[in-house]
Design a protein around this ligand. Structure first.
Ligand code: GTP
Ligand code: SPV
Ligand code: MN
Length: 600
């Protein structure tokens, strides 16, 4: 099939990839419905995809990955820069020449007898000055169909690139043998190139997502003066019609999709509040002509965690995924070819196929400790299906950001919400994000994993330089800089129960955050930042659950725990700096200042 572009850089590179992988056939993805439907039909006929009930789940199909291939593989993910220091201590590094030499033989002839699909795509609305173009070649129809939902795919993507530009990200993906020992997810930021092999799962192979929109884009943003972050973007519409935009960075599976699609409690909806979703995973942030920080969502769909999604926790996500959706590694109800996952409802299917493909009795299987859906099973659903999608979703200019929130899973130490003193302190707060494993349900302090800005697996360069870039952005933004907050939905009591109801009730915290941005509410100045005054988090309707005693706990700053926290951060900075991170002096100073305030 003929190429879809006159751009000689694209064509030369695709030719090179053809010469390397030697496919039997090459198909350029033009983005037409007919072409995609034909691919769906082909994948159904070969068994790569499984049909679902088209009356109950119109346009939906199912895919099961190899059980050895169900999540991102951080230990096999590399940042290959010429200088090792440029990748920094949070990344696996290899010399690009060495890595190309190692992988080239693995790709040589890997598509023999197979079809290569060439997918042109845009990250960001077509025509947006913030958008960027990628081309992914792959031998997987699953990848084509997912990319079509997650990005803006087809000829239109080349409009942004034009006939001469060389500024596109080159993505090469081959399934090969799905051999976990030979699985590589490799970014070459200096070459605008991503090579992925021996996986067929999500973030490893949908190269527009984590590989491009975070790892490569964070590197580009550093050089070009913008930011690529692991953040949701939402708008809170107030009763007077004004919409305030907020971005939030939480580590993987820590609540971004849920917060982005939040339905406020009755006391807010009745007053006229509404939450609109702009993005649920990735934000690209750039200073606009008016000096403010603007955010776009580079994606076009949601690759959401299925388990835990239900009519109560996230009805918007559930409705989004009821049509035109690809389900990966959930369970199938054989009675009517529908899907099921843990906590969807209380009725696991009796005649079920669990995520690995075995027919089981659902309730019995679960009673024996089995899990019908893989805990990281996902839905891939188009943003246009989302009942609360923002009308600014396709706005090429993006939305102005009033507040940036950091958060993670912390059983203790971190209060429900606090505000940083300023951008520099906020950058420190982001650098200090860490998250606990959910299995620690005893209430004891769990093992911390540092995940600065929720970006540990995604920073495409040296973490110290990344923090320096945050500080540079703050300087550039000056008075226009968004206010920076930290939240924790996951504080626990002595028995390991969450003491904050979370989900829709997180609106109560967003309300306080917005009022802080507007300067219409006072706060308690503490050693760690500004906290809500008792009574300032609205608990109308949940007074029985969140008593003043619970609220005291939620807002408590425990001196002993924070002293430990500071010691841990000192260790962390030292460890990173010993391994070659250039930690900005301003952040070290923040640590000293925090310690001094706490000692007072
Ligand atoms: P990625 O797609 O991996 O980046 O995840 P995410 O950050 O979008 O997380 P998601 O919203 O899918 O939530 C992950 C898990 O956290 C689910 O099991 C949710 O039920 C749970 N969760 C989300 N929000 C809350 C909350 O406010 N409180 C509690 N207790 N759990 C929550
Ligand atoms: C995450 O792990 O943060 C995800 C899923 O959003 S993946 O696309 O696999 O990275
Ligand atoms: Mn994510």
């Amino acid at each position: 099939m003929a190429t879809l572009t006159k751009n000689p850089n694209v064509n030369a590179w695709v030719d090179e990839m053809i010469a390397l992988t030697k496919p039997e056939k090459v198909v350029w993805i033009d983005g037409s419905d007919e072409q995609l439907q034909a691919l769906r039909d082909e994948a159904l006929s070969t068994g790569e995809m499984v049909a679902l009930n088209q009356e109950k789940l119109p346009g939906c199909i199912y895919h099961r990955t190899n059980p050895n291939d169900v999540a991102r593989v951080e230990d096999r993910t590399f940042i290959c820069t010429r200088n090792k220091e440029d990748a920094g201590p949070t990344n696996n590094w290899c010399d690009p020449k060495e890595m190309y030499a190692k992988l080239t033989p693995m790709y040589d002839g890997v598509m023999a007898g197979r079809t290569m699909y060439v997918i042109p795509y845009s990250m960001g609305p077509i025509g947006s000055p913030l958008a960027k173009v990628g081309v992914e070649v792959t031998d997987s129809i699953y990848v084509v169909l997912n990319m079509d939902i997650m990005t803006r795919v087809g000829v239109k993507a080349f409009e942004n690139l034009g006939d001469t530009s060389d500024d596109f990200v080159r993505g090469l993906h081959a399934r090969a043998d799905i051999d976990p020992e030979k699985r590589y997810i490799v970014q070459f930021p200096e070459d605008n190139t991503i090579w992925s092999i021996n996986s067929g799962y999500g973030g490893n192979v949908l190269l527009g997502k984590k590989c491009f929109a975070l790892r490569i884009a964070s590197f580009q943003g550093k050089n070009e003066g913008w930011m690529a972050e692991h953040m949701l973007i939402l708008g809170v519409e107030k009763p007077d019609g004004e919409v305030k935009y907020i971005t939030a960075a939480f580590p993987s599976a820590c609540g971004k999709t849920n917060l982005a699609m939040l339905i406020p409690p009755a006391c807010y909806t009745e007053a006229g509040y509404k939450v609109w979703t702009v993005g649920d995973d990735i934000a690209w942030l750039k200073q606009g002509p008016d000096g403010k920080l603007y955010a776009i969502n580079p994606e076009n769909g949601f690759f959401g965690v299925a388990p835990g999604t239900n009519e109560k926790s996230n009805p918007n996500a559930l409705h989004t995924a009821m049509r035109d959706t690809i389900f990966t590694n959930v369970a199938i109800n054989n009675a009517d070819q529908t899907v099921w996952w843990e906590k969807l409802d209380k009725n696991p299917p009796v005649d079920a196929t669990e995520w690995k493909g075995a027919k089981v009795n659902g309730p019995e299987y679960i009673a024996q400790g089995g899990s019908l859906a893989h805990p990281n099973s996902r839905f891939t659903a188009p943003a246009r299906n989302c009942p609360c999608i923002s009308k600014e979703f396709n706005n090429p200019a993006g939305v102005p950001v009033s507040a940036i929130i950091f958060g993670g899973r912390r059983a203790s130490t971190t209060p429900l919400v606090y505000q940083s003193f300023d951008w520099i302190h906020g950058t420190y707060v982001g650098s200090a994000v860490s998250s606990e494993t959910t299995a620690a349900a005893t209430g004891a302090v769990g093992v911390l994993r540092h995940d600065p800005m929720a970006m540990k697996p995604f920073i495409g360069y040296n973490v110290g330089d990344y923090w320096a870039h945050w500080l540079e952005m703050g300087e550039k933004l000056g008075e226009n800089a968004p206010k920076i907050f930290n939240v924790n939905w996951f504080k626990q009591d002595e028995n390991g129960n969450f003491i904050w109801p979370g989900f829709g009730d997180n609106m109560r915290v967003l309300d306080w955050i917005i009022k802080r941005c507007e300067g219409t509410i006072d706060a308690e100045e503490t050693a760690i930042g500004y906290l809500p005054k008792m009574g300032d988090i609205n608990v109308t309707g949940i007074e029985d659950e969140v008593t003043p005693e619970i609220m005291e706990k939620l807002l408590h700053v425990d001196k002993e725990l924070w002293t430990k926290e500071i010691a841990e951060m000192r260790n962390y900075y030292k460890e990173l700096s010993d391994k070659g991170a250039r930690i900005p002096a301003a952040l070290e100073a923040q640590l000293d200042a925090l310690e001094a305030r706490l000692a007072k």
